[in-house]
Ligand binder design. Structure first.
Ligand code: CA
Length: 233
């Protein structure tokens, strides 16, 4: 994983680089905002994460952020600053910072924040989820099954169908209740109708059945649902 570190304090920059290297990150460390922009603007280099100090020679961390986000870059950015003013935090977050760390900080906290950013990073999300013979594709929002080498079924899913099937595929052969599904997939109070889960399960099941998968989602009356991946074979 490649990290761009922009920090103009030599001691702190060196300490962060050393800790990141020990934790298997590849680190490009620059001490100047303008130089940092040259690194970011270089299409050949793909970063996983960036760490920007707030006050820098050349471009400030905030200006770097503005430039990145104006180009619609999704690069996760952690801002470092000695400032502890609420308005600065708001300005940083408004400019598109993903997280914020106030100096002085411990290296353990820095590493924890970076791990959290990686988990949220769209670039690092899995592209597919495979359970049994089913392959859920995050890029195309489809599910497919390789029935035989020559025969492949691909089914397009709506957002909710996709989320629901993903939930089932992450809990194969387990009994899951309507409440568990609702708590996971619907916002609180967003859809207060009590049978929203049952209705969505019905839609998903109907779509899957039209492709010949009739028994993937089993209803266990009074208990919930059970996803049977073997039924896709
Ligand atoms: Ca600085």
């Amino acid at each position: 994983m490649r990290v761009l570190l922009v920090e103009d304090e030599p001691d702190l920059g060196a300490a962060i680089k050393r800790v990141l290297n020990q934790n298997k990150y590849v680190v490009d460390w620059v001490l100047d905002g303008t130089e940092a922009w040259n690194f970011l603007d270089d299409q050949a280099t793909q970063y996983t994460l960036a760490i920007f100090d707030w006050l820098l020679p050349g471009l400030s961390g905030l200006e770097l952020l503005h430039r990145l986000r104006s180009q619609h870059s999704p690069l996760p950015v952690l801002m470092l600053t000695a400032k502890d003013q609420m308005e600065d935090k708001v300005a940083g977050l408004d400019a598109g910072a993903d997280d914020y760390l106030v100096k002085p900080f411990g290296m353990a906290e820095l590493l924890a924040r970076l791990r959290a950013l990686q988990r949220r990073s769209p670039q690092l999300q899995p592209q597919q989820l495979t359970v049994g013979t089913l392959i859920l594709d995050y890029g195309t929002r489809t599910v497919c099954s390789q029935k035989t080498l020559s025969e492949k079924q691909i089914i397009s899913l709506t957002t909710k169908e996709f989320q629901l099937l993903e939930y089932f595929m992450k809990h194969p052969n387990q009994i899951v209740t309507s409440d568990q599904i609702r708590n996971q997939l619907w916002e609180v109070n967003a859809e207060a109708i009590s049978n929203v889960v049952a209705a969505q399960v019905r839609l998903l099941r109907r779509k899957l059945a039209s492709f010949g998968w009739s028994n993937l989602i089993e209803t266990l009356h009074g208990m919930g649902y059970r996803f049977n991946p073997d039924a896709s074979k």
